[in-house]
Design a protein around this ligand. Sequence first.
Ligand code: GTP
Ligand code: MG
Ligand code: ZN
Length: 376
Amino acid sequence: MRPASSDAIAASIVSRTSLGFGPFADAFDHLLRDRPDLVPARVTRVDRGRYRLAGAVAGVGELAGRLRHDLAGIDLPTVGDWVAIRDVDDADAVALVHHVLPRRTALIRRAAGLTGAAQVVAANLDVCFIVTSANRDANPRRLERYLTAVWDSGAAPVVVVNKIDLGGDVAALVAALAAVAPGVPIEAVSAVTGDGLAPLRAHLAAGPGGAVRTVGLVGSSGVGKSSLVNRLLGVDRQATAGLDDDERGRHTTTRRELVVLPGGGVLIDTPGMRELGLVEDAGGVDTSFADLAALADACRFRDCLHDGEPGCAVADAVRRGALDPARLRAFHRLQRELAASERRRDPALADRAKRRWKSTHMAMRARMKVDPKLRR
Ligand SMILES: Nc1nc2c(ncn2[C@@H]2O[C@H](COP(=O)(O)OP(=O)(O)OP(=O)(O)O)[C@@H](O)[C@H]2O)c(=O)[nH]1
Ligand SMILES: [Mg+2]
Ligand SMILES: [Zn+2]
C-alpha cells in the first residue's frame, strides 16, 4: 500500500455522483424552487459544530442562524448527511448550511452514560458492515443487538468476520454467527492478507441504475474497521492501532469520517463502540429474529408474547431444542429495551420513524416470505 497522502484526496473536489447524490436529487430539486442559490454537499466529518463538506467548493460549513435555532439532538447534521449550502468561491471560506435533506436511513444508538442521549452514528448508509474479529470479539448476543439497530436504521447489514489470518476454526465461528443472523450475508476476511476482500467489495458496488452505495463500518474497538477501510481504499489513510495499543484496548479512531473510494463507493469509518443502546423500533427486532417470527406464526394467539402462553410454538421450539433459549431471552431483552426507550421519547418522533421505514420493512418481509432459506 502507498503511504498516506490523505490531503491530496480530501482536497480534490469529488463529484456529487461519486458521493452517492443520485437518490437525493429529487428532494434537492424540490428545495431549489425556493432557493435556487443553494448547492448540495455531503458531510464527511463533524468538528465541534463545524461540518467538513465534500461535493462543493466550500470545504467547511456552519449552520445558518435559522437552523441553529430549529435543529437539536439527532436532527443536527451528521456524517453522511446531505445538506444544502450557499457555496463560496474559496475552499478556505466557511459556507452556510441552510437545509438538511431528509435522511433515507439513520443508524441511531443510545450512548453509554447517565444522560443516555440518542446519537446518529451515521446517516444515509445503504449497507452497514458489522465488523467483528475472529479471535476474541465475536459474540452472538452482541451481534443480535447490532443487527437489530442496523435493520431499524433502514440499511442492509453485512456481518464481517475480520482477522481470519490469526487461525482458529473460522467455519465454526461463521456457522455460530449465521445461526443468529438469518438472511444476512457473512463475509470472512483479513485486512492484513487481503483474503475475502473481493466479496466485501461486491457489497460496495453500485446498486440498481448505477447508484453509488454508502457503506458504514461499525463494531468494537480494535476489530480492524480502519484497517479494512485502508485496504479497500488502497491507501493508509485512517490511523490504525499498533499491536501495543490494541492490547490496551484504546480507541484509535476518535471521530466518524466519510471517505470516497477511487474505484466507486463511499465508506464511513466509525470509532469502536463500547455500548449500542437501542433507541427506536421500526421492525428491527422482528427482522433480526426472523426465525423466531416465522415460528410465531404457529402460536395459538396472534399476539403471543412467547412468555408462557399456552400453545406457544416458540416455547415449543425451545423444548424441542430447535431454538436456543438464550436467543429467546435476547429477543425479549431487546424488545423490552426498545419499549422502554420509546416510552421515554417524544411519541411523535417514534411515529415519524415508523412511517419512514415502514416501506423498507414491508419489502423485507415480503422477501422473507419467498426465501425459504430465511425460514430455517
Ligand atoms: N492479524 C490481523 N490483525 C489485524 C487485522 N485487521 C486489523 N488488525 C490489527 O488490529 C489492530 C486494530 O486495528 P484497527 O483497524 O485500528 O481497528 P479499529 O476497529 O479501527 O479500532 P478503533 O478505531 O479503535 O475502533 C491493529 O493492530 C491492526 O493492525 C487482520 O485482518 N489480521
Ligand atoms: Mg478505527
Ligand atoms: Zn408464542
